[in-house]
Design a protein around this ligand. Sequence first.
Ligand code: HEC
Length: 371
Amino acid sequence: MTESSTSPRRYLVAIFTEEEQILSATRAATDAGLPVHDTFTPYAVHGLDHAQKLPRSKVTFIAFFGGMLGFLTAGCLQIYTQGVTTPLLSGWPLVIGGKPFLPFPAFVPVFFELTVLFAGLSTAFGMFAVNGLYPGKKARLLIDGVTNDRFALAFDPNGKGFDEGAIASLAQSHHVAELAWVDEAPAGEGPRKTLIKLGMAGTLVLALVAGIWAAVNAPHHEAEAPVVAAPAAPIVLLTEAELSAVAADAAVIANGEAKFKANCVVCHGEKAEGKVGPNLTDKFWIHGKGTLADIYATVAKGVLEKGMPSWATMLPPADVKAVVIYVGTLRGKNVPGKEPQGEAVEMPTSATPAAVPAAPVAPAEPTPTAK
Ligand code: HEC
């Protein structure tokens, strides 16, 4: 009637006043092989999808994969932020209350939240996408009352098996209120296609931005790390004499052991046998010669580029001292563990394994408090 390019179609519409009527009429129509175009109801009518013999909704799958994506995102996010380094992004290992770097029990709430969030959002947006709905979408078939108290069953005259007489008698037998031809509203230039294109362009731009961000961030991040880690106050080191003065103090050793268990075992192992960090019980030392002052210097300053934190910035001075004294008692225990790292040092204290009395203020005491 209006534009001639693709003439708007007409549909034969049976209008009912009761939910039961449209249910049984639709069932009868599909059973009889009549071409049902669609049904229009003021609210969701249970069983109407089955009556129309519609295939199973895709939304369940979309929700499932949305949930999986959320789970995966939570996993990647947490593993990355807990310090795993990938080729593109370097991680950010932080010791928090002595927890291990991948505390999976602590991950569970985030896994749960992101799974639910992604599943929920993809269900909502997936539903709109599957239905072809979007803001500003115009109804194509304008049937009076279907948003109020009418239930409409539309037949497609171009469909296979269309028979106006059969439809009329079927409608009559289901107490139809009105049987009428309804014209489809003239279609626009296809806003749905425009929307799909817009969505694809948006996704592309997002992916590009994410890629650029990742590429820019990778080197940037490394360059920044030492700046962030550098403490404002200079770290005060202790001399061998200051340290050996308390080396036999049982309370200090006990405190040191507790601090070691809380902060160091993730990297150095339960018995200091070495994991990520070196074995602290053998006679091999990377930094210094294994004197208390050497150990203090390493523990206080850390070896940031190798992953050994600077403990002077994280623990009170008394605790740093205590943990160093405790590590001192482990020297020469030679707990089997990680292979030797660094250089072998003949330690005069290794003769008396368990206790390290204040006595062996070793001759080899160069007090290298330099640097
Ligand atoms: C995040 C992991 C990590 C934690 C936590 C950690 N360390 Fe280390 N530590 C290392 C690594 C890695 C090295 C080796 C550095 C190197 O190769 O230069 C190291 C080296 C050391 C060394 C020097 C060993 C040598 O051979 O010279 C000492 C001593 C040490 N750590 C003590 C401690 C103490 C004490 C604590 C707890 C307060 C601790 N570390 C916590 C990773 C860690």
